[in-house]
Design a protein around this ligand. Structure first.
Ligand code: GLU
Length: 495
């Protein structure tokens, strides 16, 4: 049965040797979206066979990152499934059994060549200027009974796959790269089991993918060169070869592989910087895939219904932090004020220990007003902290931005503007943004001054800086008593 006729089963198989990086996250997103779009099954498998670099802590970090990304898996750690275990270290007996079956069926053989012999063979081939300098096939033709006797006697051995003599080119039908041709001769009778009794990556991964019924392998194109060897293992196991889709690397703006030099590389760094999961998934999904070449905001639902491999680009994708910020902003701006208050504003303020000062009433309506004022000016959640900080200072402690003072307070007319506004505001009972604006509106004409010259000194007086939301909202949020106290304090700096 070809892989296209089987129900879709895909897997994301991270090695827990570090955190989940953006490249791995995008691979996970594509596997998840492909499973959802085809009504298939998404499997998470932990490839933890590298004992020196795999850690339980990294596994937990990866699981947390997957959960934060909202990539729910149907089988795997914590959820189980019929094809487990889902940790490679718990599958060693499966690899052993598969390798022994291959030996018994003549598709693999025991090799007793020592590292020294292999090195000497390679040197001799180099000296002869042979085009082929790989394994010389020394143990390929050993009598199986004799080989078994040597194994039983305790002689160290590896297990090698027997690449059939007549195996022509290996053609990998890749959904992204098209047909990629590899010369089987160059593949060598490669090792599937090391002398220390551990399976090699190319072997373990295929045993797992075959036993788990994986139909499509979507992964980074750094694995394309491993694929012909893996195809040989499928053939030797008599298992159907899945469809491969090798996706491009993610590069930094300089065209080099994404690394620390370019900034954040792990999913948790983006989470901690305040990006929204939906926006981050949206952005990564579009790094190499596009449903129509136009949309920049694609909901998770749309991704999960429209994702297809034929729209995946084989060109390297460039990480563009500005575009990520833009998309994050789009998601924030699409929230209702209430959502923005509950999901972004209040958690950010609390996590930065911004607590109400004095008797300042921070009720739901106040947060709604603050949300409405800040949302359009926010690209990333933590942006709200600096913008709202003036609301959390004692009047006497508010710090004034030096430039703003110089430009707007230390200017002729500023004291008059502050006096007039204090007067107008003192008389005001309705402390709503609209009423405040209505009270201040006539002042420029009354004073014969431009709007900026009147309103900017008030803004600097109340917020300490020259940039804030609309003057009505700003003053309403600060509260009447604080506004008047701050205007009085700012007069000392004004001319
Ligand atoms: N554990 C491998 C990796 O993280 C999986 C590769 C694959 O998808 O086959 O690179």
């Amino acid at each position: 049965m070809s892989s296209t006729e089987r129900p879709v089963r895909v897997r994301f198989a991270p090695s827990p040797t570090g955190k989940l990086h953006v490249g791995g996250a995008r691979t996970a997103i594509y596997n998840w979206a492909f499973a959802r779009a085809t009504g298939g099954t998404f499997i998470l498998r932990i490839d933890d066979t590298d004992p020196t670099r795999s850690t339980e802590e990294n596994t937990q970090v990866i699981l947390r990152a997957m959960r934060w990304l909202g990539l729910d898996w149907d089988e795997g750690p914590e959820v189980g499934g019929d094809f487990g275990p889902y940790f490679q270290t718990e599958r060693l007996s499966n690899y052993r059994a598969a390798a022994e079956r291959m030996v018994a069926e003549g598709n693999a053989y025991y090799c007793f060549c020592s590292p020294e012999k292999l090195a000497a063979d390679r040197e001799a081939a180099q000296a002869r200027k042979d085009t082929f300098q790989g394994y010389q096939g020394t143990c390929r033709h050993l009598d199986p009974a004799e080989a078994q006797a040597r194994v039983d006697a305790g002689e160290p051995y590896t297990i090698r796959i027997k690449v059939p003599d007549d195996r022509g080119d290996v053609i990998v039908h890749d959904a992204v790269h098209g047909d990629v041709v590899f010369n089987a001769k160059e593949l060598d009778d490669f090792i599937i089991f090391r002398s220390d009794g551990t399976p090699t990556y190319n072997f373990a991964t295929v045993v797992d993918d075959a036993e788990m019924g994986i139909t499509h392998i979507i992964r980074g194109d750094d694995h394309l060169s491993n694929t012909p060897r893996q195809v040989m293992v499928y053939e030797a196991l008599g298992a159907p070869v899945p469809t491969f889709a090798h996706i491009s690397m993610i590069l930094g703006a300089d065209g080099k592989k994404l690394s620390k030099r370019h900034g954040a590389t792990s999913v948790e760094e983006y989470r901690d910087a305040g990006y929204l999961s939906d926006a981050f998934v949206n952005y990564l999904a579009l790094l190499g895939w596009a449903p129509d070449g136009e949309s920049t905001v694609i909901s998770r639902e749309r991704l999960a219904s429209e994702f297809s491999l034929d729209h995946v680009s084989k060109n390297p994708a460039i990480m563009d932090p500005k575009k990520l910020d833009f998309i994050n902003g789009e998601y924030l701006h699409a929230m209702s004020d209430r959502e923005f208050a509950d999901e972004v504003l209040i958690p950010e303020l609390h996590s930065h220990d911004l607590e109400p000062v004095g008797e300042c009433l921070h009720d739901e309506a106040w947060y709604d007003l603050l949300a409405a004022a800040l949302k359009p000016r926010t690209t990333l959640g933590p942006d709200v902290v600096a913008q709202a900080a003036f609301l959390y200072e004692d009047d006497a402690d508010l710090e004034y931005d030096e430039k703003a003072v110089k430009k707007w307070l230390a200017k002729a007319g500023a004291a008059d503007a502050l006096d007039a506004s204090a007067k107008a505001l003192t008389a005001l009972d309705d402390w709503s943004p609209a009423a405040i604006e209505a009270a201040l509106d006539p002042l420029p004409e009354q004073l014969g001054m431009g709007k900026g010259k009147v309103f900017q000194p008030i803004r600097v007086a109340v917020t300490g800086s020259a940039a804030s939301p609309g003057i009505g909202e700003t003053l309403a949020l600060a509260g009447k008593e604080h506004v008047l106290a701050r205007i009085a304090r700012a007069k000392e700096l004004a001319q």
